[in-house]
Ligand binder design. Structure first.
Ligand code: NAP
Length: 337
């Protein structure tokens, strides 16, 4: 029996590869912590029916056009800004992703960042660890900002934005949000108020970004926006680096336009060792680990495998981001599976 051919750009956590192997003939880039160069993806995807990739793989026109048999690009991530959706759709290729299963993990991590920046946790840990805790308990030593009772501003009230907002109930916070569409159910559930981006920037004490990276959201937070924020406010970004103009953010942090930032994502990842953010005190930095729990990553691997197999079997994937592709190429079984 001929199995469909699949290229997988990284060793995935179980049970992703095990599921794929049952139905497909798979070739895996044999690394856990290295991404294949673009040339390698092009070379290996050439004769494949499906590609399973990660957010570090730029799946552009060159890659897509090098693979005439490609039916599905399954990304093991919620974001899909690394895939040329237009070219894929034109070519009748289904693009699938893994939202939902990582929502709670990213929301937990967003809160870890909020607490870390507002209460100076990284600085405190370093002080104790490096033997620099050399003064007695003092009323004004290492003061941070209260979180309880403050205003939380969510930019992008989708799955993760909502999960972050839900967690603020325990902190008795007021929730305001700006998003593409209003969410009356969430407004009722969380007593959240829909405001303009401008009002959110001017009012919120903690601003958390949860929009996808698109043409519209590229550098959504730039000089004008950072200058609108309160001097005491914190900016949290677990969305995508380029939603914020990073160069301007460095100035904002240096010149204290805002109190601080906590970032899981950057314009260039991994960050360059010379990135000026690394020298600043009022920022907490994480290496894009918002969804990095065993539970979430294993579920993401599983869903990305199921999405891919579903398309090859002519079935609707669990999640896909270009439903208009169905008109170009209706779902049909690829080969004997
Ligand atoms: P989602 O459910 O699609 O939520 C995105 C929200 O942003 C939606 O409410 C959407 O509005 C809104 N939006 C889209 N474009 C907008 C615009 N131009 N202006 C204002 N609002 C806009 O996605 P999610 O699952 O919450 O994930 C959000 C993003 O988080 C992903 O795209 C990804 O980039 C990032 N992420 C990061 C990590 C990490 O490890 N740090 C992990 C997972 C995801 P509508 O309701 O109208 O669609």
């Amino acid at each position: 029996m001929v199995k469909p051919k699949v290229y997988v750009t990284r060793i995935l956590p179980p049970p992703g590869l095990e599921i794929l192997k049952k139905y497909c003939d798979i070739e895996v880039y044999p690394e856990k912590f290295k991404a294949p160069p673009k040339d390698a993806i092009i070379e290996h995807v050439r004769d494949k029916d499906a590609l399973l990739c990660l957010l570090t793989d730029k799946i552009d026109k060159d890659v897509i056009e090098s693979a005439p048999n490609l039916r599905v690009i399954s990304t093991c991530s919620a974001g899909f800004d690394h895939i040329d959706l237009e070219t894929a759709t034109k070519r009748g290729i289904y693009v699938t992703n893994t939202p939902g299963v990582l929502t709670e993990a990213v929301a937990d991590f967003t809160w870890a960042l909020i607490l870390a920046i507002a209460r100076r946790i990284i600085e405190a840990d370093k002080t104790v660890r490096e033997g620099r805790w050399n003064i007695p308990w003092s009323p004004e030593y290492m003061l941070g900002s209260a979180i309880h009772g403050k205003v939380l501003g969510i930019v992008g009230m989708g799955k993760i934005g909502t999960a972050v907002a839900r967690r603020s109930i325990g902190f008795n916070m007021k929730v305001i949000y700006y998003s593409r569409t209003r969410k009356p159910d969430i407004e009722r559930e969380l007593n959240a108020k829909y405001v303009s981006l401008e009002e959110l920037l001017k009012t919120a004490d903690i601003i958390s970004l949860h929009v996808p990276l698109t043409k519209e959201t590229y550098h959504l937070i730039g000089e004008r926006e950072l200058k609108m924020m309160k001097k005491t406010a914190f900016l949290i970004n677990t969305a995508r680096g380029a939603v914020v103009d990073e160069k301007v953010l460095v100035r904002a942090l240096k010149e204290k336009w805002i109190a601080g930032a906590a970032l899981d994502v950057f314009e260039k990842e991994p960050v360059d060792p010379n990135n000026p953010l690394l020298k600043l005190e009022n920022v907490v930095l994480a290496p894009h680990i918002g969804s990095a729990t065993w539970e979430a990553r294993s579920k993401m691997a599983e869903i990305s495998a199921i999405n891919l197999i579903n398309v090859l079997m002519g079935k609707e994937p669990l999640y896909f981001v270009n439903p208009e592709v169905k008109k170009i190429r209706p779902l049909e079984k690829v080969k004997m599976i």
